[in-house]
Design a protein around this ligand. Structure first.
Ligand SMILES: NC(=O)c1ccc[n+]([C@@H]2O[C@H](COP(=O)([O-])OP(=O)(O)OC[C@H]3O[C@@H](n4cnc5c(N)ncnc54)[C@H](O)[C@@H]3O)[C@@H](O)[C@H]2O)c1
Ligand SMILES: [Zn+2]
Ligand SMILES: [Zn+2]
Length: 354
């Protein structure tokens, strides 16, 4: 095995630095992964690539970025209990203390330990490198039916969406509105289809993303953002609006549309992060008996359940990847994702590039 590796750094001025550094060694309870696929998230662009804006759990500490890893174990440190060399795995992207209440529920995203909670790609080295060290407790087995590129999108993207959809409950009775068809919104549409939603309406500005949603039959209709959105959604749903709405845009106006285009007794979940929203609680929510949920990432157990369901449904998250780059061209990958003119963007190696 190589002793030196290539890794990316994000200085925060919309560029990417490539560095050469020693391949890290796994410590107790840790494994070394050969990274096969590492996808880029909207959060990477928003909080790290353009500027280091993140605070708290989104604070970037100058580490190797990349919080959506999938790879193969090439070495195990002492004390590993379940996984072994050769295993294909996904990494749940936040390493928690393991012993606080949130960690015990599997929601390491919400770990309350300031000392031990560290997210891959934010506070500890992530996946934009040839190799990465991960803790065994953060690994999810990747079944043969899914590729590494499928796997990379499961923790943050599809896992986040699955969690939100489980909260609001989606089934064959539902028409669903998805505001924002970036990677998260496209994942929401793909999962809503498999969960049985009968009519899926999207709202998206970027023509490339609208096209992906329609070409892959993820949405039945896609609207351009505008003042008539609520009326248009109602028109597309027999006059009453959708039963369920998912905001994946983080846009103020789109969030208000998600609330207002939802019918009485409906449920809305906010996944898009940052920004604001303005709505009138009485007419928009209270008098129509609606429920608004917030949802942050997912848990390790729900992620394991999703992996099993994806295989059963024959749903491949990699279908929404429109561009793959080798690690040497990682700067092009970030620039493309920042432009928005793409579906999901992945940095890949070995069989995922062939
Ligand atoms: N809740 C969580 O746990 C969680 C996890 C991962 C990402 N996120 C957040 O979710 C959001 C989506 O992630 P992504 O990777 O898809 O990011 P993204 O920025 O690529 O996607 C957002 C999309 O919303 C679209 N948009 C902007 N204004 C709009 C409007 N007025 N109406 C409709 N669409 C509009 C944009 O064109 C873009 O395609 C980001 O804010 C990200 O930080 C949240
Ligand atoms: Zn992410
Ligand atoms: Zn914890």
């Amino acid at each position: 095995m190589k002793t030196m590796m290539t890794a990316a750094y994000l200085p925060g001025n919309s560029t990417v630095e490539i560095r050469t550094m020693p391949v890290p060694e796994p410590g107790h309870g840790e494994v070394l992964l050969r990274i096969k696929a590492s996808t880029i998230c909207g959060s990477d662009i928003r909080c790290i690539y353009h500027e280091h804006l993140g605070k708290g759990p989104e604070r970037y500490q100058g580490v190797i970025p990349g919080h959506e890893p999938a790879g193969q174990i090439v070495a195990c440190g002492p004390g590993c209990r379940r996984f072994d060399r050769g295993d294909r795995v996904i990494v749940y992207h936040i390493s928690g203390c393991g012993v606080c209440n949130d960690c015990r529920r599997g929601y390491m995203i919400s770990c309350t330990s300031e000392k031990y909670r560290r997210a891959y790609g934010w506070q500890r080295d992530g996946a934009m490198a040839d190799y990465m060290v991960a803790e065994e407790k953060d690994l999810i087995a990747l079944p043969d039916g899914l590729s590494y590129a499928d796997g990379a999108q499961i923790a943050c993207g599809f896992g986040t969406v699955y969690e939100g959809l489980e909260k609001i409950g989606i089934n064959g009775n539902h028409a669903v509105l998805i505001t924002g068809l970036g990677p998260l919104g496209l994942a929401a549409a793909a999962l809503c289809r498999k969960l049985g939603a009968q009519r899926i309406v999207g709202i998206e500005v970027v023509p490339e993303r609208k096209k992906i949603a329609l070409d892959l039959c993820l949405c039945d209709a896609v609207l351009v953002p505008g003042p008539d959105n609520v009326a248009d959604v109602k028109r597309l749903t027999g006059g009453a609006g959708v039963e369920r709405a998912v905001d994946c845009s983080a846009n103020d106006a789109a969030r208000a549309t998600a609330i207002r285009a939802t019918r009485k007794w409906g449920r809305i979940v906010f996944l898009g992060e940052g920004g604001h929203v303005q709505f009138e609680p009485s007419p928009d929510l209270i008098h129509d008996q609606k429920t608004l949920y917030g949802s942050w990432v997912t848990s390790t157990w729900l992620m394991e359940q999703l992996v099993e369901r994806l295989v059963r449904w024959n749903l491949h998250p990699a279908d929404i990847i429109t561009h793959r780059f080798p690690l040497e061209r990682v700067s092009e990958a970030y620039a493309l994702m920042a432009s928005g003119k793409c579906g999901k963007v992945a940095v890949c190696a070995d069989e995922e590039l062939r």
